[in-house]
Design a protein around this ligand. Structure first.
Ligand code: E4P
Length: 222
């Protein structure tokens, strides 16, 4: 499983890149809204550059023609662009995936809540299919079971699409997703920053530190 960072903040990305654990970045309109007053094109280009060659997902609008225009424009901004295509209820998102993939443009079909939607994205040739973990749970379904079913269908059919699991609200969600064997989990900065912490690790390290001080004192008095 790989970790992507779910953010459009340059400082967050630069900091986490130094941990050496992320393999890509995902964004959406709500994530960009948090970057108050930034220019979308400039910010996206900066992200693409600092993250290169790792993939960066940029989301297009919810209308086929505008989505294709945006995709063609974003695709000029870097070699690592992935177009986030909404799973539109009339199937237009699938049409977009078909067109973009025939042009060699990578896609990430987003906002998916069930096996059927994910399977359609796979059939259309999506590079990535994004399941929204907590939004699935909010709508009353079991996101762990759905993620496992999608992964199983991909593995059994030998399809190339990779599942991204997003909509993460706590470190415990990440632990649950690791058990599903999904290809990617995309984690917000705030959640990722909590993950190295465990209170028993901290108290263990304090205990070892204290022992080391005692050892050094005893060593001095030999
Ligand atoms: C994933 O690609 C999305 O950007 C994101 O995880 C959606 O999360 P939300 O449900 O917190 O909006």
């Amino acid at each position: 499983m790989e970790i992507f960072l779910d953010t459009a903040n340059i400082d967050d990305i630069s900091e986490i890149l130094k941990w050496g654990i992320i393999k890509g970045v995902t964004t959406n309109q709500k994530i960009f809204l948090k970057e108050k007053g930034c220019n979308f094109e400039q910010q996206a280009k900066k992200i693409l550059k600092i993250v290169e060659p790792l993939p960066v997902s940029l989301e297009g609008p919810n209308n086929l023609d505008e989505l294709l225009d945006s995709a063609h424009e974003y695709n000029k901004w870097g070699k690592n662009v992935v177009i986030k295509v909404p799973m539109l209820p009339d199937g237009d998102g699938l049409k977009a995936v078909k067109i973009l993939s025939s042009e060699g443009i990578k896609t990430n079909v987003t906002a998916m809540m069930n096996l059927n939607q994910a399977f359609l994205a796979v059939m259309a040739g999506a590079t990535y299919a994004s399941l929204f973990f907590n939004r699935i749970r909010d709508s009353g379904d079991d996101p762990v079971q759905i993620t496992k079913q999608v992964k199983e269908a991909i593995d059994e059919g030998g399809y190339k699409t990779k599942i991204i699991v997003g909509s993460i609200r706590s470190p415990d969600d990440v632990a649950e997703i690791i058990t599903t064997n999904a290809h990617v989990v995309t984690i917000p900065y705030k959640i990722l920053k909590q993950m190295p912490y465990h209170k028993s690790t901290v108290s263990t390290l304090e205990e070892f530190d204290k022992a080391w001080e005692e050892f050094k004192q005893a060593e001095k008095h030999k």
